[in-house]
Design a binder for this molecule. Structure first.
Ligand SMILES: [Zn+2]
Length: 402
């Protein structure tokens, strides 16, 4: 069993110790077990520590049957470690202290949610983002704010955080926030007079060191609610990032932060207005274009066939509507590899059949109604080829006796 120095003192950053064992893992990395370690292995939602052993960077730390294995970053130039060798183990303190802030903050926030809205925490994750999962159907802004206020009040009271080792019956008598999953000796972490939990992680020594606890947001998750939060220096960085984004938005929209919702609403309203105006202008343009095309067509029925290299499908549909507003109009249009066929009310022609037969020649597919149909043939050589095929099918059908 490795002696866990992080449980004796979470603030210990380094230790002089000896190598107990070295093994080669399946992924080719050397893994080292030490007599004693300051490295916390990934467990209970808290990520593993980073740092160095004998100057060699540690990539990962895992606990296995009471032994803590430190996976080293492969370094072909470094001399391999040997059992019995004296080494210095040093952790990345900034990373560890950040984990201590998030972890202790999570204990406080979980108890705050229990007291403020009666929601029990059923799972926690602390990595790049910190989350806790609440066994509650829904959370509203008022409930989240109440829990956040209570958690930050406990931080500002700077309550001592203590760890004790007890047996299961003793732990039960102390009253833990959640019944413990493990058996035997338990580590109980207490935020003085506020929260008691069984936990093997690393924590700060007083609640004030957690710094601000901020809820970033929440969402429905597996029948409960997942809350994202940040503590300490992370909360400060998060607030700074939000401020920068807000500043960019206020500068771009020329509105004060408090006026942003109204400014965005005005923009959305203007966009809707422009869209309406654009719709009217497009219809007028299509009617104008259709009148010119129909004037050159013979008939009845007046068949207009046209291929375009680059026109949107929506634009094509608008033109087809204008071409078939007159009862004797027939529109056979293509843009890219997309074909559209439509006909006026008095023309006896099945547009869906024309599209189907014309596209089939190129391995394409389409569908629609008797009055208007469309489809695509990615393998067709050109828009002109699609139109020519559709015109041939339509002419044959129009010429055939009813
Ligand atoms: Zn903990």
């Amino acid at each position: 069993m490795t002696h866990r120095l992080f449980h004796d003192d979470a603030y210990r950053r380094e230790c002089a110790t000896q190598v107990r064992a070295v093994r080669r893992a399946a992924d080719g990395r050397d893994e080292v077990a030490l007599e004693a370690t300051v490295f916390y292995p990934a467990a209970g939602g808290q990520p593993a520590d980073a740092g160095t052993i004998a100057g060699l960077p540690v990539a990962d730390v895992r606990e296995e049957g009471g032994e803590i294995w430190h996976a080293l970053v492969p370094d072909p130039g470094a001399a391999p470690l040997a059992p019995g060798q004296a080494v210095e183990a040093v952790i990345d303190w900034a990373r560890r202290f950040d984990h201590m802030q998030q972890h202790t903050g999570q204990h406080i926030l979980s108890q705050a949610f229990l007291r403020a809205v009666g929601a029990q925490t059923v799972a926690v994750h602390m990595d790049r983002s910190c989350t806790l999962d609440l066994a509650v159907a829904a959370l509203d802004a008022g409930g989240a704010a109440a829990a956040e206020d209570l958690a930050n009040a406990v931080v500002m009271e700077n309550r001592p955080v203590r760890t004790t080792e007890v047996d299961l019956p003793e732990a039960a008598a102390m009253g833990l926030r959640r019944p413990p999953k493990q058996t035997g000796r338990l580590r109980v972490v207490e935020v003085d007079g506020f929260d008691r939990s069984a936990c093997g992680g690393t924590h700060v020594r007083a609640s004030g060191e957690v710094g601000p606890i901020a809820i970033r947001g929440w969402e429905r998750y597996k029948g409960g609610v997942r809350v994202e939060f940040v503590c300490g220096s992370r909360a400060l960085r998060d607030s700074r990032r939000l401020r920068e984004r807000l500043r960019a938005l206020t500068a771009r929209l020329g509105a004060a932060a408090d006026d942003l919702p109204a400014a965005v609403e005005r923009l959305a309203e203007r966009a809707r207005e422009l869209e309406r105006e654009l719709g009217v202008a497009r219809r007028a343009l299509h009617e104008h274009e259709a009148a010119a095309l129909l004037a050159r067509a013979t008939g009845p029925p007046r068949v207009v066939a046209a291929a375009f290299a680059d026109r949107s499908i929506e634009d094509l549909r608008g033109l087809a509507r204008a071409l078939t507003a007159p009862a004797d109009g027939v529109a056979i249009l293509a843009a890219g590899r997309h074909l559209l066929v439509a006909r006026g009310a008095e023309v006896s022609l099945d547009a869906a059949a024309v599209v189907r037969d014309a596209l089939a020649a190129f391995g394409g597919r389409g569908g629609g109604r008797e009055v208007a149909a469309e489809g695509a043939a990615p393998a067709a050589p050109s828009a002109e080829a699609l139109v020519a095929a559709a015109v041939a099918v339509a002419r044959a059908r129009l010429a055939a006796p009813p």
